[in-house]
Design a protein around this ligand. Structure first.
Ligand code: UDP
Length: 334
């Protein structure tokens, strides 16, 4: 890709920081805008990256940034992503995930920046009719988080009609794993995701991991998800920038492996990788969890030339384990 200047919102977060690291390694000039509520400044390891601490809803701040830099594109990660919290505090999600990006889009429009890569989600599909899920399936999210993301997809389509914004909406399945070199990783507080929760259970102080539901209509009764390595996701963002630069059109694509893995299979993989027995307890189903979410990733391959490379779940687990047992012990600032 050409060496442009890219604004990355939420670039200090989990998927954002892995993408920023890859862009910087490719010589791309990156400016990160992050409010550091959930992000970590230590997750930005490349000294060429400029970190601006602030909100994507702060028009004056954005105006200053767009005056200072000529951005070729924006990659927009900044969002809240706790499904349960979105149910109890929906306005927090609609404000942060749907309303605040409007200020960003207004400033982009003002400065003529027309390329946008958006972190969307498989949660926009809700409970799928068919597995694997292709992009042609109906989007019917079942929680405010999914709706907050789908609404921004609609906003982007409307901006395309109105003033020619081109957007690539990347619908992530289950982001997982950490940088192969162990330099950055996943540090959510609170941590709710399965792989880190299972690994945390190996620390005797953390208590056993809950297995949410063992009576799903799946071969072993536990939920099936499509775990996509964060470094594969990072690659897709680079290809999305190339797509916008070359194709001058918009795209909505799933990012997954196309392979389903059950909760029990994750536990088995953790035991194989670590050689340790996972303390677990069987718990009721978690409200709002569909039995299966697996991507049909073929459109991403035919359009972006992207395909998941890290398909061995044990490798993914190993990278997370390396991060959690490495120098930082899975925490940026303990
Ligand atoms: N899960 C679980 N115990 C946990 C966390 C998650 O059994 O402590 C299950 C959850 O019910 C789902 C799968 O693991 O079926 C993946 O959940 P996660 O929160 O990682 O991602 P989600 O699919 O909700 O985005």
């Amino acid at each position: 890709m050409s060496k442009n200047t890219i604004l990355v919102t939420g670039g200090a977060g989990y998927i954002g920081s892995h993408t920023v690291q890859l862009l910087a390694a490719k010589g791309v000039k990156v400016v990160v805008l992050d409010n550091l509520v959930y992000g970590h400044s230590e997750a930005i390891t490349d000294t060429s990256v400029e970190l601006v601490v602030g909100s994507i809803g702060d028009t004056a701040l954005l105006d200053g940034l767009f005056q200072k830099h000529s951005f070729d594109a924006v990659i927009h990660f900044a969002a809240y992503a706790y499904v349960g919290e979105s149910v109890t505090d929906p306005l927090k999600y609609y404000r942060n995930n749907t309303a605040e990006p409007l200020a960003l889009l207004e400033v982009m429009h003002k400065y003529g920046c027309k390329n946008f890569v958006f972190s969307s989600t498989c949660a926009t599909y809700g409970v799928p009719d068919v597995i694997p899920i292709s992009e042609s399936q109906h989007q019917n999210p079942i929680n405010p988080y999914g709706r907050s993301k789908l609404m921004l997809e609609w906003v982007l389509a409307d901006c395309e009609h109105a003033w020619g914004l081109h957007s690539v909406c990347l619908r992530y399945f289950n982001a997982s794993g950490c940088a192969a070199d162990g330099s950055i990783g996943e540090d959510h507080r609170p941590e709710t995701h399965l792989i880190p929760r299972v690994l945390m259970a190996l620390n005797s102080e953390a208590g056993p991991v809950d297995v949410f539901g063992t009576d799903y209509p799946t071969p072993d009764g536990t939920c099936i998800r499509d775990y996509i390595h964060v470094e594969d996701l990072a690659e897709a963002h680079v290809l999305a920038l190339d797509y916008l630069a070359n194709q001058h059109t918009s795209l909505r694509v799933n990012l997954g492996t196309g392979r389903g893995i059950s909760v029990q299979e994750i536990i088995d993989a953790v035991e194989e990788v670590t050689g340790l027995k996972v303390p677990l307890q069987y718990a009721p189903r978690r409200p709002g969890d569909p039995a299966q979410l697996v991507a049909d990733p073929s459109l991403a391959e035919s359009t972006l030339g992207w395909k998941a490379k890290k398909l061995d779940i044990r490798e993914t687990v190993r990278s997370s384990w390396a991060w959690m047992t490495g120098p930082r012990k899975g925490r940026y600032n303990a």
